[in-house]
Design a protein around this ligand. Structure first.
Ligand code: NAD
Ligand code: UDP
Length: 350
């Protein structure tokens, strides 16, 4: 992979034309690729890093055309080599650590790598942040609350996680990453941020990712059936990706080391989501019920008071709008032409 674009970034930085220099791990993933574009648009020069375990080169296609973007293929489990640090070309201002499988089937398939990306990966990147005097933002998750006994979930809740269940490889890894992040802040004064991301969706999710929104939309586009796990009464609160990015960008401007929930508090049952998707796609497809995965949380909804107060942030994209935009993306991915609709045509892009 080429570091050449980053040389351009350095030149721009030296001419004082960029806001700062950032490293984004998980750059070829769903959220990571959007975050890279947002950072570049707001004036950063950046190096993206990924090993493509769940990410896709396609997600980088717009970034390749941007002048202040460089990329390296690297596994965060391994320390960054001096070569790689050389490619950074100078002092980093921010490290955004997103590299980790995120969907339950993917993190269970890559269980050891998932734990190590959050454990060793966080360690190497926190060390790098310490050496560079850079800010470090950890993409944590609502999964650290496990199957919550407190509803909605606020940051002060410690969670209800099964430490030896099939989800532990993700939940406990993120809890460990949070503990390490907090300790680097306390011990070495690293300027850390912890974002607890609630279910986030949008364009660039992989069609075979396995999460509920990508599954339902691709199943509906392919003629069904939609697979509801359990009886579908479990709940989730779905956040559109642009809202998450707004929150993350605001968080870089506010000096707080406390974990922050970023999510959309509108709560839906999984069965409601299946019906909504079916209606939106205009597909006469069946809904079938399959066994509920072990330890699948019964309910989830963020309390976002802290984000509102500290960041002046709240989500703006309602589920129907976000689903419509995501549907347009999946139609293009699967090459399913749009059905002429009675109501509005799906919008493209974010
Ligand atoms: P994703 O699978 O699309 O992206 C993850 C990216 O990290 C992929 O590009 C993958 O190839 C890369 N990666 C994984 N392990 C790596 C390693 N060892 N070295 C280098 N790269 C590696 O998932 P996403 O939804 O974009 O999630 C991004 C981050 O946000 C993850 O840390 C995830 O835990 C967190 N998160 C996401 C959600 C959500 O709903 N999307 C919710 C909570 C937390
Ligand atoms: N789910 C479902 N059908 C699917 C995929 C997921 O019913 O095809 C359910 C899953 O059991 C969970 C919810 O949808 O209750 C959200 O699952 P997802 O994997 O998207 O994320 P989670 O919040 O569980 O990490």
């Amino acid at each position: 992979m080429s570091h050449n674009n980053f040389k351009t970034a350095n030149q721009l930085l030296n001419r004082g034309q960029v806001k700062g220099r950032a490293l984004v791990t998980g750059a070829a993933g769903f959220i990571g690729s959007h975050l890279c574009e947002r950072l570049i648009a707001s004036g950063y020069a950046l190096l993206g890093l990924d090993n493509f375990v769940t990410g896709r080169p396609d997600n980088l296609s717009r970034l390749w055309r941007m002048p202040r973007f460089g990329f390296v293929e690297h596994d965060v489990i391994e320390p960054l080599s001096l070569d790689l640090e050389g490619a950074l070309g100078g002092r980093l201002d921010w490290i955004f650590h997103l590299a980790s499988p995120a969907s339950p089937p993917q993190y269970q398939r890559h269980s050891i790598a998932c734990m190590r990306s959050n454990a060793e990966g966080s360690f190497h990147l926190l060390e790098l942040a310490r050496r560079h005097g850079a800010g470090f933002l950890l993409a944590s998750t609502s999964e650290i609350y496990g199957d919550p006994e407190v509803h909605p979930q606020r940051e002060s809740y410690w969670g209800n996680v099964n430490p030896i269940g099939p989800r532990a490889v993700y939940d406990e890894a993120k809890r460990y990453a949070e503990a390490m992040t907090v300790d680097f802040q306390r011990r070495f004064g690293v300027d850390t941020r912890i974002v607890r991301i609630f279910n986030t969706y949008g364009p660039r999710m992989a069609p075979d990712d396995g999460r509920v929104i990508s599954n339902f939309i691709t199943q509906a586009l392919r003629g069904g059936p939609l697979t509801v796990y359990g009886d579908g009464t479990q709940t989730r609160a779905f956040q559109y990706v642009s809202d998450l990015l707004d929150g993350i960008m605001r968080l870089t401007e506010v000096a707080t080391h406390e974990p922050i929930n970023l999510g959309n508090p509108d709560e839906f049952t999984v069965l409601e989501l299946a019906k909504l998707t079916r209606e939106l796609v205009d597909a006469r497809v069946d809904i079938v019920f399959e066994p509920l995965p072990i330890d699948d949380p019964r309910r989830r909804r963020p309390d976002i008071s802290r984000a509102k107060q500290l960041l002046g942030w709240q989500p703006r994209v309602p589920l129907l709008d976000g689903l419509t935009r995501t549907l347009a993306y999946f139609r293009a991915q699967l090459r399913v032409p749009p059905i002429p609709r009675r109501s509005q045509a799906p919008r493209q892009g974010l």
